[in-house]
Write a protein that binds this ligand. Structure first.
Ligand code: 5GP
Ligand code: SF4
Ligand code: MG
Length: 455
């Protein structure tokens, strides 16, 4: 998912900026989009299914005079792809209006839901995010900010949040900083966004990342930084954001996604060279930058040899296997003029179920390639993600179901090679202990944190 928020200290309308910010975060979720703002003490929302421009109307939003607002684009990792799960989730509760936009997955959501339902909460959605609203509502003796802080310390897992309270915008990031979250500024407007590319679109300057475990409160007086009162962590940032999920024009936790992706490709060329290759092609769009790095480091020409239909959404967003298969076929077309009678290296960022790889390798063969050498710019994905990326369970992960040789045969490549974990970490350029690599390594967050739930 993607979150965005804006707060104008001088009362200027910001909903059009939120619309634009969501537009730049569209790659983070295409199932639904929504915005919330507060007017005369009441929270209002507009939400819809599908892409930002289908779900929301720019004209309507720009005519609303709200000076602080948040927005969300969703792809489901917890709870189905349903309208009632579209975010932001908003409520006018005993202590006032509140709206929440969430990226990440709470790993203790089931326990929290059970606990809250036993105390009378009636859930309107099947979203883990709704637990945060109920936790706040169960603390009605506290002001909304204190109730929010109290709720946050009961959460486990991943959350990057934009929260709207009366006269305040709050940005909060879990103590591990799984999912990205940045702050930006333009004139009197302060922004919070999942990625810096969303700040660029509204002409805002990237101020900094919200730190793991930090809660930034933005109001007319300025910004205030609070800490989630839990064991301090040094960060456990999602390495997959750099491999695949984030946009390459974003800078996350101080590291350019573009540079990281290209470096993954360069190292892949050094670790897994292919002497007979006459050309290097990327699986668009996700493999393009790694392919560019591979071509550079191997001094082999880079070709745009697989063409992507830009009007088809990212295949993995589609919920069913049937739709997923059709999606790949509609989406990618190898260019016979370039592949015919040549030995090709094809680079992709990752193999998940293996659908894309087998389908495209066979299309490239049909297009006349003499050989197809598949290179993957990350280690094998063998484990599911519980922190907000929709990787399937191990039984569906191609690299967990079979060994390298079996997978090579399954996808039909002449050779298949992956980058290793050390190169992954070094390409990203953040310290190893600050990176989550669980879907590759199986090393999940140790123990988690267990809190006394009693309110
Ligand atoms: P596959 O076809 O192997 O299931 O998916 C691999 C392709 O989907 C890769 O080209 C990669 O860009 C993209 N992908 C990346 N991350 C994910 C993810 O979390 N889930 C899924 N299903 N696909 C992903
Ligand atoms: Fe990212 Fe993988 Fe960790 Fe999930 S398990 S947070 S996808 S690195
Ligand atoms: Mg891809």
């Amino acid at each position: 998912c993607g979150v965005f928020g804006a707060f104008s200290a001088s009362g200027r309308p910001v909903l059009e900026d939120v619309y634009l910010g969501l537009y730049a975060l569209q790659h983070r979720g295409q199932e639904s989009a929504g915005v919330s703002w507060i007017d005369h003490g009441n929270v209002h929302s507009l939400k819809g299914m599908g892409l930002v421009h289908n779900a929301l109307d720019q004209g309507t939003l720009s005519s609303i005079p709200a000076s602080s607002a948040i927005g969300h684009v969703r792809y489901s990792t917890f709870g189905g792809s349903l309208f009632q799960n579209a975010q932001p989730l908003a409520a006018n509760y005993a202590r006032g209006p509140v709206a929440i936009a969430h990226n990440g997955n709470l790993t203790n959501a089931d326990g929290l839901m059970h606990y809250l339902e036993n105390r009378g909460a009636i859930f309107q959605s099947t979203c883990d995010t709704e637990t945060i609203l109920h936790l706040m509502a169960h603390q009605a003796h506290k002001n909304p900010l204190d109730a929010l802080m109290d709720a946050l310390r009961r959460l486990e897992g991943a959350y990057s949040l934009a929260v709207l309270l009366e006269d305040r915008l709050v940005a909060a990031r879990d103590p591990w900083g799984f999912r990205p979250l940045v702050l930006g500024v333009r004139d009197d407007v302060t922004y919070v966004a999942s990625e810096s590319c969303a700040l660029d679109i509204v002409g805002a300057k990237l101020l900094r990342d919200v730190e793991p475990g930090e809660v930034v409160v933005i109001d007319a007086k300025g910004t205030l930084s609070l800490r989630i009162p839990m064991t301090p962590r040094k960060g456990f940032h999602c390495s997959f954001e750099y491999v695949y999920f984030a946009r390459p024009d974003s800078v996350l936790d101080g590291r350019s996604v573009y540079q990281a992706r290209k470096e993954l490709g360069r190292r892949l060329a050094l670790r897994c060279p292919c002497s007979e290759a006459e050309l290097v092609a990327g699986m668009p769009d996700s493999g393009t930058l790694a392919a560019l790095g591979y071509a550079e480091a191997s001094a082999c020409p880079f070709e745009i040899a697989v063409v992507r239909n830009r009007y088809v959404g990212r295949t993995f967003i589609q919920p069913t296997q049937r739709v997923r298969e059709i999606g790949v076929r509609i989406k990618l077309n190898p260019n016979g003029e370039i592949f015919r009678d040549r030995d090709a290296v094809v680079v992709d960022d990752s193999i998940v179920r293996g659908t894309t790889a087998s389908r495209v390798v066979s299309l490239i063969r049909d297009a006349g390639a003499r050989s197809v050498h598949l290179r993957i710019a990350s280690p094998p994905v063998r484990f599911p993600c519980y922190y907000g990326i929709d990787t399937p369970c191990s039984e569906e992960l191609a690299a967990a179901r079979m060994d390298l040789e079996a997978l090579r045969r399954e996808v039909g490549a002449d050779s298949l090679a992956y980058l290793d974990e050390t190169d992954l970490v070094e390409s990203i350029g953040l310290p190893e202990e600050k990176l989550c690599t669980a879907c590759f390594s199986g090393r999940y967050l140790e123990g988690g944190t267990c809190h006394d739930l009693e309110l």
